[in-house]
Design a protein around this ligand. Structure first.
Ligand SMILES: Cc1cc2nc3c(=O)[nH]c(=O)nc-3n(C[C@H](O)[C@H](O)[C@H](O)COP(=O)(O)OP(=O)(O)OC[C@H]3O[C@@H](n4cnc5c(N)ncnc54)[C@H](O)[C@@H]3O)c2cc1C
Length: 383
């Protein structure tokens, strides 16, 4: 594994190729290693995670990670950032495998991680998938065969001819950015604009080392380039009024509309996470679902590969894809519900006209902590 294939050299073969090392792909690669599958895991980006969205790690994802030897991914907090989760998972991938608490480890199989490496072609050939990889720095390509591929590329393999997800909800523009903690900040605050129906919230980041601003425009509103640019400008003006300083990343307005595959996959490429579909960000479940998918996919692929018949192996793979598809269907329905109750949630916050907002017009909603406990559950015990 890993050597460039010469003209006559046999193509390297692995049990599993994981395409994409976001939260879902990292969880899949960790589970595959724990299962003893020979694994090649690649990501188009570098090893350092940079995204600063605030995320919840839901109980299902916490439980899946615990089984992989990562008992406390949020280190005793309810929310964290996607960057923190990705970096913890990536550190686990790059270090020694944490011992799964319940089982003896299987015999070690080959495991290779490749950053700055993109999947640029995928072709199913009988009971193998032929994958072409490209080094993002030098442009060199190489080919690998895999018994299974986990597509954890967040939908980007659609451009290579994989089945495309379709729109499953209205447009919904959001902007997020991370800042150093301003001196006046003491905890979660927000404000709603009754006229534009925009919602602006500030959350402390992991360990209160900074704040994350989240700006949410009403779903269903126009979502062309002009409105995205206007929203990003309003976002910057609010940050200036609240003296937040420069953002740590460029703040872009993103349309987080829901999208989903129309049917489960029926080959040896198993999509997980955002590659199956995206749920609305208000639900705060996309990353957790990707993690649960990744662990389930790697385990069930390992179980399928124990079959001697390739037909039974494929049948089990299709059953896996169908189960993951159902999980996402349920997520899309919950996402729609969340969009429907957004006006009620927004009412919990103080109101003011945006973007001309002053520090004393942002504040916590009166029932903040009961509501946080209701939505997010109790704070996890630090291990
Ligand atoms: C603004 C915003 C706010 C959000 N807030 C929340 C939240 O509060 N809670 C929550 O749970 N979720 C949230 N999400 C959703 C969450 O970020 C995603 O659901 C989650 O990242 C999906 O994980 P994934 O592993 O499926 O895909 P991704 O995180 O998209 O990872 C895909 C990976 O594949 C790599 N890749 C792409 N193409 C290729 C290729 N050709 N070859 C190799 N690698 C490739 C990419 O570099 C990337 O690392 C939010 C999303 C947005 C946009």
């Amino acid at each position: 594994m890993g050597a460039a294939a010469g003209a006559d050299a046999p193509m390297p073969t692995v049990d599993l190729l994981v395409a994409g090392l976001g939260p879902g792909g990292c969880a899949a690669a960790l589970a595959a290693r724990a299962e003893g599958l020979s694994t090649l895991a690649v990501d188009a980006r570098g090893a350092q995670a940079t995204r600063s969205q605030l995320v919840l790690v839901r109980p299902g994802a916490q439980a899946a990670l615990r089984q992989l030897g990562l008992p406390d991914i949020t280190e005793g907090r309810r929310t964290t950032t996607i960057r923190h989760v990705e970096n913890r998972l990536r550190a686990a991938l790059q270090g020694q495998a944490p011992a799964p608490p319940t089982q003896p480890p299987p015999p070690a199989a080959a495991f290779e991680l490749c950053w700055n490496t993109s999947v640029v072609q995928l072709e199913t050939r009988g009971d193998r998938v032929q994958v072409t990889l490209q080094d993002e720095a030098g442009g060199a390509t190489r080919q690998v065969q895999a018994r299974h591929v986990i597509d954890a590329a967040g939908g980007r393999l659609e451009s290579l001819g994989r089945p495309a997800r379709k729109r499953a909800g209205p447009s919904h523009l959001v902007v997020t950015a991370e800042y150093d903690t301003p001196p006046w900040f003491e905890g979660i605050v927000g404000v709603r604009d009754n006229r534009s129906r925009d919602l602006y919230l500030l959350f402390p980041t992991w360990g209160r080392r900074g704040v994350i601003a989240y700006f949410d425009s009403p779903p269903g509103a126009s979502c062309d380039q002009g409105s995205a640019a206007a929203l990003a400008e309003r976002f910057a003006a609010i940050a200036e009024n609240l003296a937040l300083g420069p953002p740590q990343q460029t703040a872009l307005a993103i349309d987080v509309y829901q999208r989903a595959l129309l049917k489960p996959n029926e080959d040896r490429v198993v999509p997980i996470g955002d590659a199956i579909g995206t749920v609305d960000v208000l639900l705060g479940a996309g990353m957790s679902t990707a993690i649960e998918d990744g662990v389930d996919a790697a385990r069930r692929i390992a179980a399928a590969q124990r079959h001697t018949s390739s037909q039974r192996e494929l049948a089990q793979t299709c059953a896996l894809s169908a189960d993951l598809f159902s999980r996402h269907r349920a997520g899309v329905h919950k996402g729609r519900l969340m969009l429907a109750v957004r006006p009620v949630l927004a009412r919990a916050w103080p109101s003011a006209a945006l973007p001309a907002v002053a520090r004393d017009s942002v504040g916590p909603p009166p029932l903040l902590w009961p509501a946080v406990r209701f939505v997010f559950g109790r704070r996890p015990q630090a291990q």
